[in-house]
Design a binder for this molecule. Sequence first.
Ligand code: HEC
Ligand code: HEC
Ligand code: HEC
Length: 280
Amino acid sequence: MTIRMVSQLLSVAMLLWMGGGGIAQAEQEHSLNLPPESIAQWYKPQNKRQVWLHTMFTLRRSMQAIEEYAALEDGERLDKWSAKFLTQYRSIAEMVPQWADEVEPQWADRLEQAVTKRQWSEVSTALGKLGMTCRSCHQDYRAVTAALYRAPKFDQVVVEDSETLEEVSFKDAMNSVTHSMNGFKIAVDDQRLEAAADHLQRFAQRMRDLGSSCASCHKDEITKSRILGADTTALFDELSEKLQGDRQGIGRKLGELGVVVCARCHGVHRTLSDLTGLLR
Ligand code: HEC
Ligand code: HEC
Ligand code: HEC
């Protein structure tokens, strides 16, 4: 028996002895690569436009055109689109110098030669090689870059509290909303009806205040009303009626509100905002 086998047996024995708890308790880690900070100059607010993203769209579009015109052996149109493609592809290393290793300038040169010489199958070989550089950079950086530079930033949004007339952070507004929602639920459970009515009124008001913050990013009314529109107002009215009536089904209504208002918006905005916060 070699030393390695002995040590393997020992570790298996250890695991069995620990009842497998060693595995269950081991924390899983996953590390992410962050894009170089120099990419910020190609995004808002440093730039007027989302230049990086538009460069990318041009790359994909011109790649498709190159493929099509190489297949059709249409040299004139191929010249036009390959020139467009090459300019953008070669600009990657200039835009973000730290990413120079992510691109293959020699395959860009090969593409250029094949286009000039009308070597149709060479064009497609070179395009295939270049396509691999797109995929590998995307695997490492695409999602993280989009989250860092294009996700809405809620830490810069304020909500006006109509009771105190103060502007509070979005996070504080969320905590106030949660506080009055749970205050209502607790008071109903314990049959403190006046307190419940107070909490409900404040809860509804805080949701209206929250609704006025959507406009800082959403210019259209529709987006807001999908989550904080007439349906939500109706839910609050029903809760109020039930509180004054026999109080049957209040819990269910509140649960519905939690799903169609809180969870629906969290699905769009909170998860991404939390993840982006971890990356910053
Ligand atoms: C050096 C890294 C890098 C290389 C090489 C690269 N990309 Fe990208 N690409 C990115 C990053 C980062 C994003 C995310 C940008 C964002 O979402 O704001 C992206 C996003 C995109 C998008 C938009 C996201 C989508 O799928 O809708 C397209 C299209 C795209 N790239 C095409 C290409 C093509 C085609 C190539 C190769 C010819 C390429 N890219 C090469 C880094 C790279
Ligand atoms: C910091 C900016 C920002 C704020 C504040 C904001 N949103 Fe958004 N929201 C976005 C962006 C960006 C998108 C994705 C693109 C789009 O639809 O405009 C989006 C998408 C959505 C969507 C999915 C698209 C749709 O139209 O259904 C919903 C729903 C939504 N937001 C609801 C809200 C509500 C409700 C509020 C206010 C309580 C709000 N958002 C506040 C930036 C924001
Ligand atoms: C814009 C749509 C939106 C709506 C509607 C919404 N939330 Fe949120 N919520 C968010 C976002 C975005 C965050 C993350 C904010 C941050 O960390 O800056 C958040 C965070 C929270 C947090 C964590 C706060 C903290 O201290 O980290 C709680 C709790 C919360 N929401 C409860 C609720 C409840 C309860 C409702 C419904 C009554 C609700 N939210 C409705 C978007 C929304």
